[in-house]
Each structure stands twice: as C-alpha cells, then as structure tokens.
Ligand binder design. Structure first.
Ligand SMILES: Nc1nc2c(ncn2[C@@H]2O[C@H](COP(=O)(O)OP(=O)(O)OP(=O)(O)O)[C@@H](O)[C@H]2O)c(=O)[nH]1
Ligand SMILES: [Zn+2]
Length: 315
C-alpha cells in the first residue's frame, strides 16, 4: 500500500502550464481553506462553491490561480476516510490514513468513552488502531492506567507504553518503527501529551505549525487545525486538534455492531436475525455481556451510539 506522502503524489505541479491541473497532497485544513503541498511548493487552496469535502491526507487536483493559490477541482479516490459527525453534519478528520493511534496517559485520567469512540471510528473506516499509554513515569497512576488499558489490549488493540519525559529516545525509536511507511493519525484528549509526542518525532513541528497558521489564516492566530507532517519514506503523521466529543451519528446499525470487535463472534448467534442486541430474548451479545465475556461498559456505549444514530437529521 502506498502512503499519502508518496513522492509521486508530490509531483506533477507545473506552474507554467496553467491549463493543466496540478496534483498535490492536502497537509492542513482550516475552514474551507486547504494547504496543498505540490512538489516543493505550498498553495493555499479553496474549493469551488460552498463545498468543504476535502480532508487532510487527500490527494487533490487543483487549478493554480496565483503563485501560491489555487482551486481544488477534484479529489483522487481515497483508500480510507475517517470522520466524525453530529446530528446535523459530518466532519472529515483525515483521508488515506492507514493507522490511528489513540494517545492516553497515566494522568490526567483518560475517557473510556472517547477511546472506544475512536476505536469504533477506526474499525468502521477499516483503519488499524493502537493505543499509546504515555507518562508511564508517573508511577503512582501507572497500575490503574495499565489495568484500564488492558481492556483494549484484550480486544486485540496493541497498547504501547511510552514516556516522552523520562525516556524520549526509547519513545522516539519505538514510534518511528511503528510509523514507518504508514500514514498515522494521532488523536487524544487534551493533556495526554500528544503535542509532546509530535514535537519529539517532528523537531520543527512548532515552526511548521506557525507557518501553516499564517498561510491559512492570513496571519490571524489559528489554534486548532488538523495537519499532516510528511516524514519522508512514505511516512506521515497527522495531528488532529484535541477534542472532547466524538460523534458517530453517521454509522449504521450494521456498521456499529461489527465495529465492536468483541461482538463479532456472537453476531450470528441471536435468536432473531435482525436483533438489535438491546433487549431481545435469545440475544447472543447480551448473553455474552451477562457472562462477562463482553465488557458491559462497551455494550453501554454501543447502546448509546445506536441511540445517537437514530437521532440523525438530514441523511
Ligand atoms: N510526567 C510526564 N509528563 C508528560 C509526558 N509527556 C507530556 N507530559 C506533560 O503533559 C502535559 C500535557 O502535554 P501536551 O503535550 O501539551 O498534551 P496534549 O495532549 O498535546 O494536550 P493539548 O495541547 O491540550 O491538546 C505537559 O505539561 C507535558 O509536559 C510524560 O511522558 N511524562
Ligand atoms: Zn442480539
């Protein structure tokens, strides 16, 4: 599989040939403005009309309108698309991602709800998910955090223990090997150490972010936008702003039941073929919850997500 940051994707932009569409990689998005990397150049691009269906990580075809501006005409076919949504609309997080790393920490405490929502989104998008347990130097909180993270390990998600503060070299080496050749999105609640991790992996991240902020927001101060760091060698890291909510209103019931990986062995065992796994007699999933084989907190989230999906307005 090719990553979004492939050299091929970065070529093809020839400013001298204004009729031909350039080809580039979307490295940042802010509102309806997109920063597109094309060869050695970066262009501030907009979409036509009111459309804002472009995501960081997209390979796009654009028409150049000035030395550093363009209009996006077309989005190349995506390998994956990660998004979240509320009742009214979906919000694209990133395209062509191959891995999702959820950053959690010993302290402050992390939210199981947000971790599981991220994992469900990854499953629904066909993206491999891992957990990064950061700040393992905070020994007092480590046993509890490990115990909580063990739930996700038991579901098959790799959990990697790191400490940006205490063992930056080991952390960097481990992450670089995991990221190699992949396009990885890092997501996490505020305070887990996501920025610290990015800075460890991408030494110029702060400068690059300031530059992009200036380019996308005409000098105004932009605090939150999703952005992609091209690490070379077909490796890319995508940093998404911290979030407190992760709506998944767009997932159908069929997608949801399969996105909970631990439900899968029981899905064919329900008495009713159209079982919702909520209160039906003879439900295999509920029996597994009852028997302690499926974690009750995860099943509660499934119930909540199903409820959210039924609230959707407009699509
Ligand atoms: N003890 C300890 N503290 C850490 C470690 N990594 C990061 N921190 C601290 O945790 C705090 C939060 O780190 P950030 O990198 O700003 O966290 P973030 O997840 O990016 O949070 P936002 O910027 O709010 O989105 C900072 O005070 C860091 O210095 C670690 O490995 N151990
Ligand atoms: Zn059932």
């Amino acid at each position: 599989m090719r990553s979004t940051a492939s050299a091929e994707a970065l070529t093809g932009n020839d400013p001298g040939m204004s009729k031909e569409l350039g080809k580039g990689l979307v490295i940042a998005a802010h509102g309806r403005h997109y920063l597109v990397q094309a060869g050695g150049e970066r262009l501030n691009c907009v979409t036509r009309g009111k459309k804002s269906d472009v995501a960081v990580g997209d390979i796009v075809r654009f028409k150049q309108t000035s030395p550093d501006q363009g209009v996006i005409e077309k989005i190349d076919e995506r390998k994956t698309l990660l998004y979240r949504s509320d009742q009214y609309k979906s919000k694209l997080l990133a395209a062509n991602v191959t891995q999702l790393f959820v950053v959690i920490a010993t302290e402050p405490g992390f939210s199981d709800d947000l971790v599981s929502r991220s994992l469900v989104a990854a499953e629904a998008a066909g993206i491999q998910a891992h957990l990064l347990l950061n700040k393992i130097d905070v020994e007092a909180s480590l046993p509890k955090a490990r115990e909580r993270a063990a739930l996700y390990a038991s579901l098959g998600y790799p959990v990697h223990e790191v400490s940006v503060r205490k063992s930056p070299d080991d952390t960097r080496a481990l992450l670089l090997s995991l990221l190699q050749g992949q396009s990885t999105i890092l997501i996490g609640q505020s305070g887990m150490g996501k920025s610290s991790l990015i800075n460890l992996l991408v030494p110029d991240a702060d400068i690059a972010t300031r530059e992009i902020s200036a380019a996308l927001d005409s000098g105004k101060h932009t605090t939150t936008f999703t952005r992609l760091y091209d690490m070379g060698g077909e490796t890319a890291i995508i940093d998404s702003p911290g979030f407190q909510e992760f709506g998944l209103y767009h997932l159908s019931e069929g997608m949801l039941e399969r996105a909970f990986v631990e439900f899968r062995p029981y899905l064919g065992t329900c008495r009713f073929y159209n079982c919702h796994h909520l209160a039906e007699p003879g439900c295999g999933v509920l029996a597994a919850v009852e028997a302690g084989e499926v974690n009750a907190m995860r099943h509660d989230l499934y119930r909540q997500l199903l409820h959210e999906a039924s609230q959707t307005i407009g699509y």
